[in-house]
Design a protein around this ligand. Structure first.
Ligand code: FES
Ligand SMILES: [Fe+2]
Length: 385
């Protein structure tokens, strides 16, 4: 976040605290329940968001060095991402050009090449086919035409995006708009990947995202877990194209009132939540970064799978550092899994009950309003119920 913006946001948040107010949308928003239950919409989301993309993968430090690679199957498309010798990133379909086997599995470090486990066709980091046993048996098929199928990929501001469709257009700068400058300020490229965990839940993937988009519930649902850490029911809100930023003040923000403005450090005294449209939640948690990547799972509309990653500003080299980050990861997962997603599972079942055909986002829930407006726009759907 840019310095001027930090000061302005700090003042806004202190005023909200003093006046017991929060960021407000112009109006309430009626939101179709069918957005979470309609198989046709789910199919459209899979096609437009999770097939064409782009989707965010995480921070660049998931694969920090040349030769590092990781596979990514969350969209349903087998993707292989590889750090090149010149440190740029390339992405490929993780599909051998001989008979289609997966050529890589999971994360690997300092790889020189990828050898298919089926018959041994071997590909370079750049995806070119470099050798194959009994090459003459395939002489009619030139090696040049048998490289891995490339996918559009981009690395910006320390974050990785991939399109799961070859030849799809990718323009991350346009998708981020002014958010690019905001993200650049965090120098995310310098962070270190600590840990990633996986959750699967009986909720639509958008219910999983929704839980991060308002502060209204913090004083109620999270009264015991977060009530002593955060001021409840206060978020500042700013849209960036289809993305958005929410800032929730920690209770420690009150100490800024005694400090001169030039010493204010909003990041330490807040939780900054970004939606990298459509399915990624990026959170600045004071002294570390947390990401949640939500995906539809199963064949219906009520299952999601997600991975949660924690990134640290320094490598975790000591037991006490690891204990500190483990505690942070455990708290994040415990609050969301045992509180938010338990409520979420009830919400998802309630959607099918016929109780109502729309739900209501209050004026104090502008993040939810912007997220769902953006989803509708991107899918070409009418706005409200
Ligand atoms: S399928 Fe990969 S070498 Fe045959
Ligand atoms: Fe929550």
């Amino acid at each position: 976040m840019e310095r001027q913006d930090q000061i302005a946001e700090s003042k806004q948040l202190l005023a909200h605290i003093a006046q017991r107010t929060t960021a407000l949308a112009d109006d309430v928003y009626r939101h179709n329940v069918s957005d979470y239950t309609c198989p046709n919409q789910a199919a459209r989301e899979r096609d437009i968001f999770f097939r064409k993309g782009p989707i965010n993968v995480g921070l660049g430090s998931l694969l920090p060095n040349p030769g590092d690679s990781l596979t990514h199957d969350w969209t349903g498309v087998p993707i292989l991402i590889v750090r090149q010798a010149d440190r740029s990133l390339r992405a490929f379909l993780n599909v051998c050009r001989h008979r289609g086997a997966r050529i890589a599995e999971g994360s690997s470090a300092a790889t020189q090449s990828f050898s298919c486990p089926y018959h041994g066709w071997t590909y370079g980091l750049d995806g070119r086919l470099v050798s194959r046993p009994q090459d003459r048996a395939f002489c009619a098929t030139g090696k040049d035409a048998s490289g891995l199928r490339a996918l559009p990929a981009a690395e910006r501001h320390g974050l990785i995006w991939v399109c799961p469709t070859p030849d799809a257009a990718i323009d991350i700068d346009a998708a981020l708009g002014d958010l690019g400058r905001d993200l650049a300020g965090y120098r995310l490229a310098g962070y270190h990947h600590y840990e990633t965990r996986v959750l699967r839940k009986p909720i639509n993937w958008k219910v999983a995202v929704d839980t991060f988009l308002e502060a209204y519930h913090i004083g109620v649902l999270h009264a015991q877990t977060l009530g002593s850490i955060l001021h409840p029911n206060i978020f500042s809100f700013r849209p960036f194209e289809r993305n958005l930023r929410l800032i929730g003040p920690r209770r420690s923000i009150d100490t800024l009132r005694e400090q001169p403005e030039e010493k204010w450090d909003l990041i330490t005294h807040s939780v900054v939540i970004y939606i990298l449209f459509p399915n990624t939640v990026l959170i600045l948690q004071g002294d570390h970064v947390e990401t949640w990547h939500m995906f539809p799972a199963g064949n219906g509309t009520d299952e999601s799978a997600m991975y949660i990653s924690l990134y640290t500003p320094e490598p975790a080299l000591t037991d006490s550092a690891r204990r500190h980050w483990d505690r942070n990861m455990d708290l994040a997962i415990a609050v969301v899994e045992k509180e938010d997603f338990v409520v979420g599972a009830g919400i998802q079942r309630g959607f099918y009950s016929g109780a109502q055909d729309h739900i209501t986002f209050g004026r104090n829930e502008p993040g939810l309003q912007h997220f769902h407006r953006s989803i509708k726009q991107a899918l070409g759907l009418a706005e409200t119920a």
